[in-house]
Design a protein around this ligand. Structure first.
Ligand code: ATP
Ligand code: MG
Length: 562
């Protein structure tokens, strides 16, 4: 690590640095990303992934992918596969270090037996309700279980029985024997094992007792030689428990746990449980619906992974939960796509224009630059002819003063093409506009020396070769800024945005047929779009709007003026 990158280190990185410099750990730095395979990863997980993998990389260390698969009922291989794919897509690799908490079930079982022998764990036959009732409150000490002081050999025998499978779910649990009056409720004899006759996606029917997350987590880290166990703030008051287990087991060099704030985004709901509910209720079209905050959803939406990494770096970490504006994420998406996205012209709401002084049948080829922000992007050829389409919103019959687009008697430039003037508005019988009759100025071809300038530049397509496309316009899935703060008596479904998806039939230049899945395109003056990974084909182009251009009309006008 160079001195420059050390400047301004966040507190997580500062802890890691201190530990490596004081020799608390010897290299390498080892971190892990520990998802529970009970849903798809979301943008919040991306923050954790970037931290876990980022910090290890900065120290030449390594990161394990460890599935915390301690709850067989909710877990599924579908989720395991999607998690793998999403981490790779974000640009990180765990090489061959893919682990599962279930790999350690045998070791955890032995360690539990060891704690029983040490008099530090016992089998409790209270019902789950009694256990929770007798736990006490922050101000009221818990009530010790009547089974708390049973002898070691009975505990060992019962624990063995729990494992053998003859007992029904909930009959008994194994608890750590710590302190029923501890001010931290997590220390009041937490449950370590429960009986669950459930098929596990990896261990099958081998086990009918499963370790609690709190019992499995710290030990799994320790087994893997994790030096820094980075997690979110809600685990802060579990840390004393993790440390207690590691101490009793006399594990050398126990990992240091460092907690940071979760990512919360405005207008976004992040809980996997609720995201699953959205999917199951059919309120979205699946985990990869482009409106979802899942990584698979935003990938389909067209967010580049580099933009997500840049966003996560920019927001940093802290010790207090807060909310980040969705617009901050969109800013990084635009930044990236502005640099990389080829420009094309697509008219979302077409209005026909006929150039009355353009010879019937004549077609002219025009060069068009692919990306003014990228000198290597080259040019393409587009065609120009007598019948064109412009955006309906770009014409007003009776315009306000500063409207620099098309109106009767006014001139605009057609991007890469000619200056046109509107002479006549042809109406349908219902009074709506059928088409515009215009003339073009033959001496105004774009790029020609000494050319005239006019205030407005419009995008357009050529009627003779334009391509019909389905374009899906998205806005936020929810209407409420803080989805973590739902009023009593309401639930998240009360805040679903009925306008989160609008589909339009657009007309685009022929190049859109060649769009590549996974790449972003700027539709001039509209925003960034990407071919839909499921439905796009060259014959039936389907695009998702990734993000709009935030720029005001005036700014766009300036950029496209030529
Ligand atoms: P959720 O609450 O969304 O269901 P989770 O915390 O149960 O998520 P896990 O699979 O346990 O999901 O998460 C794996 C890792 O990702 C954990 O270390 C967790 O702290 C981290 N993580 C989860 N959500 C966020 C978030 N919004 N911001 C940052 N890190 C997160
Ligand atoms: Mg969790």
């Amino acid at each position: 690590m160079s001195d420059e990158t050390r400047l301004g280190l966040d507190f997580v990185r500062q802890w890691v640095k201190d530990d490596m410099e004081t020799g608390r750990f010897s290299p390498p730095v080892v971190t892990r990303f520990p998802p529970e395979p009970n849903g798809y990863l979301h943008i919040g997980h991306a923050k954790a992934i970037c931290l876990d993998f980022g910090i290890a990389t900065e120290w030449g260390g390594r990161t394990n992918l460890r599935f915390d698969d301690t709850n067989p009922v909710k877990e599924d291989v579908e989720y395991v596969d999607s998690i793998r794919q999403d981490i790779q897509w974000l640009g990180f690799t765990w090489e061959d270090r893919e682990f599962y908490a279930s790999d350690y079930f045998e070791q955890l079982y032995e360690w539990a037996a060891f704690l029983i022998k040490e008099g530090l764990a016992y089998v409790d036959e209270q019902s789950p309700e009694e256990i929770s009732q007798n736990r006490g409150t922050p101000t009221l000490a818990g009530k010790p279980s009547p089974f708390r002081d049973r002898p070691v050999d009975i505990n060992l025998e019962l624990f063995q029985k729990m494992k053998e499978g003859s007992l029904p779910d909930g009959a008994m649990v194994l608890r750590a024997k710590i302190d029923m009056a501890h001010p931290n409720l997590n220390m009041r004899d937490p449950v370590m094992y429960r009986i669950k006759h459930a098929h596990h996606h990896r261990t099958g029917d081998t086990w009918c007792i499963y370790p609690m997350y709190d019992w499995a987590h710290g030990q799994s880290d320790a087994i893997e030689g994790v030096t820094h166990s980075i997690c979110t703030l809600e685990f802060e008051n579990h840390r004393p428990l993790y440390n207690w287990f590691l101490e009793q087991l006399e594990i050398p060099h126990p990992p240091r746990q460092i907690e940071f704030n979760r990512l919360n985004l405005s207008f976004t709901m992040m809980s996997k449980r609720k995201l699953l509910d959205l999917v199951q209720k059919g309120l979205v079209k699946g985990w990869d619906d482009p409106r979802m905050p899942t990584l698979t959803g935003i990938r389909r939406r067209g967010y580049p992974p580099s933009a997500i990494r840049a966003f996560v770096t920019a927001i940093g970490v802290s010790k207090t939960d807060g909310m980040i504006e969705l617009s901050a994420l969109e800013y990084y998406v635009r930044e990236e796509l502005n640099r990389t996205a080829p420009r094309v012209m697509v008219v979302l709401n077409p209005l026909k224009v006929v150039l009355t002084n353009w010879p019937v049948g004549k077609v002219e080829s025009l060069p068009a630059d692919n990306n003014p922000e990228d000198g290597n992007a080259g040019t393409r050829t587009i065609t120009f002819g007598r019948e064109l389409y412009i955006e309906a919103e770009d014409f007003l019959e009776d315009p306000p003063k500063k409207f620099f687009r098309l109106s009767p008697g006014k001139e605009v430039r057609l991007k890469h093409g000619y200056i046109i003037a509107c002479n006549e508005v042809v109406k349908n019988t219902d009074g709506s506009i059928a088409e515009l009759r215009c003339t073009y100025d033959p001496d105004s071809r774009s790029g020609e020396a000494g050319g005239r300038k006019v205030k407005g530049t419009l995008h357009w397509v050529h009627a003779a070769d334009c391509v019909e496309a389905e374009v899906r316009l998205y806005s936020t899935l929810f209407t409420k800024r803080d989805m973590g703060d739902i009023e009593e008596g309401k639930d998240y479904t009360d805040y679903l945005n009925p306008e989160s998806l609008t589909t339009v039939r657009a007309l685009g230049e022929p190049a859109i047929r060649q769009a590549k899945i996974g790449l972003g395109y700027q539709f001039l003056r509209h925003g960034y779009f990407t071919p839909d990974s499921e439905h796009f084909s060259p014959e039936v182009p389907v695009f998702n709007r990734t993000v709009t251009l935030k720029d005001t009309w005036a700014k766009i006008e300036k950029r496209t003026e030529n």
